[in-house]
Design a binder for this molecule. Structure first.
Ligand SMILES: NC(=O)N[C@H](N)C(=O)O
Length: 496
């Protein structure tokens, strides 16, 4: 396992951890009631200073890190991490997470979209539950912390409350949810699990086929889950039954590492659109069709992808604030340019043979921006450029929208509570006063986007090495896992 960073403060706590035990022994050894009282008061005073024994490293760090590494080995592939919607590895991961939830004192079940739930219903608790969680699925060749950290840290924090007997005193139910599909790898339709709980999953989703032709409904049925157009809406939670949704997630960016802090709260999440572009041309012999007579979809796709990059690098060269109808566009080019990112990460061709001019090329476009109207303007411009290129090259182009999620603003109240919790966690861990907890925007999507249709949402970011994610190089320091667990524990204890 990786070496964790060691704050000065933590060494100090580690140095003193034996002290309360020694003092208690001395007190017990003495027959003098005054000496006994004095040393016992001293022991209590030391404990109240939040020494390491209040920080539960064995649960929030050692055990949590071990669980992350264990979960990181649950994969559908040999040699790299891959867990897609209700794949065999995802089912195994869900079962493992359920055992951890039960170990923390939660009642568990799997719902009609494969989400794994763990809930505590304290006696005399109010009706509104706090939902907390993240996703158990991964991208292909993934890192082991994306999604998993939010699930493991929530369970570990609840376990601390359970072992210390505080769980039953919570005034609200708390429910951990490990969502079945945030990445959208298998069906190109993200947030399947969280969108179902938020009540915004279209019933048509059940019929989306994966590359093998199996639909969402087929995969559910393969896992003995009978979800139909008729009963899908039963998965939806009622807004008045939910206090809010909180998610811990790796930052997947370099900011926290650059400022040397472990935790941040999230101000908002960029909107995202996924487009499937299909380019069809004239399939032919690579050796006999003259260049001037080709209708080659591969070259057309290449020109489209380069045009996309040019458009997204310099939107101001293609867009104006003047809409085509002469009215001012309700978006700021400056904000758009500051957050706009476009990616083509997936491409396929048919028949994919070196001596054949392809007949068809399909690629996926991922467009993100914090400004929804600006993102629409980009898609409109891209569509115009695409049709111009395809006409010139005498190939046909089809652009289909596979996924849309508007930008989301996180709840300021939840964020304020998460900020306080993060601040106290770092101070208790290291003894250092970090001043203010950073507030960051998220370019990555999260289940919180879907959950924002149901309730207010808040997110806590955790530093990750080099900001790297969606890669096996993804890494989180053990102490930062600890800090995340402590922050969630403090948040639950203070606000529930
Ligand atoms: N946290 C994430 O990486 N979420 C999405 N899968 C995304 O932004 O691509």
């Amino acid at each position: 396992m990786s070496q964790s960073s060691t704050g000065k403060g933590r060494q100090a706590f580690e140095g003193l951890a034996w002290l309360p035990c020694l003092l208690a022994a001395v007190a017990m050894a003495s027959s003098n009631p005054f000496i006994i009282s004095f040393f016992l008061i001293l022991v209590l005073a030391l404990n109240s200073d939040g020494l390491k024994i209040d920080l539960y490293p064995e649960i929030l760090r050692e055990e949590a890190v071990a669980r992350l590494y264990e979960l990181g080995k649950v994969s559908d592939a040999d040699g790299y991490l891959e867990r897609t919607f209700l794949s065999p590895a995802s089912v195994r991961a869900g079962n493992l997470i359920r055992t951890w939830m039960e170990d923390a004192g939660l009642t568990t079940w799997v719902d009609g979209l494969g989400n794994v739930h763990g809930r505590l219903q304290p006696p005399n608790a109010s009706k509104k539950a706090l939902l907390i969680g993240s996703h158990l699925d991964t991208v292909v060749d993934a890192g082991m912390f994306d999604g998993a950290l939010g699930i493991v840290s929530a369970i570990s924090a609840i376990k601390v409350l359970n072992v210390t007997g505080r769980l039953r005193h919570l005034r609200h139910p708390v429910e951990v949810i490990a969502f079945s599909d945030e990445e959208g790898v298998r069906f190109q339709s993200t947030f399947l699990g969280s969108a179902a709980i938020a009540g915004v999953l279209p019933v048509s989703t059940l019929q989306i086929p994966d590359k093998s032709g199996l639909t969402v409904q087929n995969i559910l049925k393969e896992n003995l889950i009978e979800t139909t157009e008729e009963n899908l809406n039963l998965l939806k939670y009622e807004p008045d039954s939910v206090l809010g949704y909180v998610e811990v997630h790796i930052e997947q960016g370099p900011v926290l590492e650059s400022i040397g802090l472990p935790l941040a709260v999230v101000k908002g999440i960029a909107g995202q659109t996924r487009l499937k572009v299909t380019v069809r041309g004239s399939q032919g012999h690579a050796g006999t069709v003259p260049m001037s007579m080709r209708q080659d979809p591969m070259v057309a796709a290449a020109e489209l992808i380069v045009s996309l990059e040019r458009l997204c690098k310099n939107p101001q060269d293609f867009l104006t604030n003047e809409a085509s109808d002469g009215h001012c566009n309700a978006f700021s080019l400056k904000a758009l340019s500051g957050s706009l990112v476009c990616t083509v990460g997936e491409i396929s061709t048919w028949p994919s043979a070196s001596n054949v001019i392809p007949g068809q090329v399909i690629f996926t476009v991922d467009i993100r921006a914090i400004d929804d109207i600006g993102r629409e303007a980009i898609i409109y411009e891209l569509s115009n450029q695409m049709h111009s290129i395809c006409d010139r090259r005498s190939v046909s182009c089809l652009m289909e929208r596979k996924h849309d999620a508007n930008a989301v603003k996180c709840d300021t109240g939840l964020n304020s509570q998460l900020k306080s919790a993060a601040y106290s966690a770092v101070k208790r861990m290291t003894g250092e006063d970090i001043g203010d907890v950073p507030v960051l925007m998220s370019g990555a999507g999260h289940d919180a986007m879907a959950m924002s249709h149901l309730t207010k949402v808040g997110m806590l970011f955790v530093r990750c090495r080099g900001g790297i994610s969606h890669s096996p190089e993804e890494h989180v320091l053990e102490d930062d896992v600890w800090a995340a667990g402590l922050a969630i524990q403090a948040f639950l204890e203070t606000n529930l």
